[in-house]
Design a protein. Structure first.
Length: 98
């Protein structure tokens, strides 16, 4: 039986492939759909109308409109780090959980 962390790793991996399909990379539209479906809270609170374009620009390795699995991991590592910072500052001191 997989551990909780192994299950989380599997979910991250399968989510990428769900949106990337057979091409094994994300386009701008794939990224937009992934963000809207998988992290709707982030997108709903986003004040920057160019957020997807900005994210895409930061993650494209070759400036070819493609985000690799590694770029996708960088995105979610950054988002997870932000959530962790929020948890440490706001929730952990009060004993709250997500």
């Amino acid at each position: 039986m997989p551990s909780q962390l192994e299950h989380a790793m599997e979910t991250v991996m399968f989510t990428f492939h769900k949106f990337a399909g057979d091409k094994n990379y994300l386009t701008r539209e794939d990224l937009r759909l992934l963000m809207e479906k998988e992290v709707p809270g982030y997108m709903e609170n986003q004040k920057d109308p160019m957020a997807i374009d900005r994210i895409m620009k930061n993650l494209e390795e070759c400036r070819d409109g493609k985000i690799s699995f590694e770029g996708y991991l960088s995105l979610f590592a950054g988002l997870t780090n932000g959530c962790n910072e929020y948890y440490i500052k706001k929730m952990k001191p009060t004993g709250k959980k997500f």
